[in-house]
Design a protein around this ligand. Structure first.
Ligand SMILES: [Zn+2]
Length: 195
């Protein structure tokens, strides 16, 4: 029997690198190879919808190992970090403190990822949203379930972060992903962050 603490599934194509059309292979910060057993990492994407069209595009995508992820979190101010934690807690309280248990027999990733984890809105009604999920080697972890952060939640969370934290995160993104016009647009709106 599989331990509940390590529910894993094959990496869904929506978490593949759109550029390479296959799973991310290296941490975009330190270059560590990700598909080896026991290597934990996070994949994050921002998606833009085009209202009225059944079409969306990935504005940015990144894979980052847990070690580098921790380093980035260190650059967040204590206050920003606490604010985000409180935000998360208040959402979980509204959800009724139910433990997040995923039953693999009925789990449907597309359904799970069709609404904002925080506010429940449907992604098809949003201009943009982020998806974040955790991985280990060549599997996706469901222990910390993948989540959609809708545009409204992105705005609320961005507002909780200090100017300094936001600037540092944006610097980080520019350094590792290179600027793109759409990314610039988001950065000026200061909506981007890493969980
Ligand atoms: Zn790394």
């Amino acid at each position: 029997m599989q331990s509940d603490r390590h529910i894993k599934i094959e990496i869904p194509t929506r978490f593949f690198s759109d550029l390479e059309e296959k799973p991310f292979e290296i941490c975009q910060v330190c270059g560590k190879s990700l598909l080896r057993e026991g290597v934990s990492y996070v994949v994050e994407k921002a998606i833009k919808n085009y209202p009225g069209h059944d079409f969306s595009s990935t504005i940015y995508e990144m894979a980052i190992c847990v070690d580098c992820h921790k380093e980035i979190q260190k650059s967040m101010s204590q206050e920003s970090m606490q604010n985000l934690q409180l935000y998360y807690q208040s959402v979980m309280e509204k959800k009724g403190r139910q433990p997040m248990i995923i039953d693999l027999n009925t789990f449907n990733l597309d359904t799970w990822l069709s609404t904002c984890f925080f506010k429940g809105g449907e992604i098809k009604d949003m201009d943009e949203y982020q998806v974040v999920a955790q991985f280990e080697g060549d599997k996706m972890l469901l222990t910390m379930p993948p989540m959609v952060i809708g545009s409204a939640a992105m705005g609320e969370m961005a507002a909780l972060m200090s100017e300094k934290t936001t600037d540092e995160m944006n610097d980080f993104r520019n350094r590792f992903m290179g600027p793109s016009p759409e990314l610039e647009e988001l950065i000026h709106g200061k909506k981007l962050f890493l969980l």
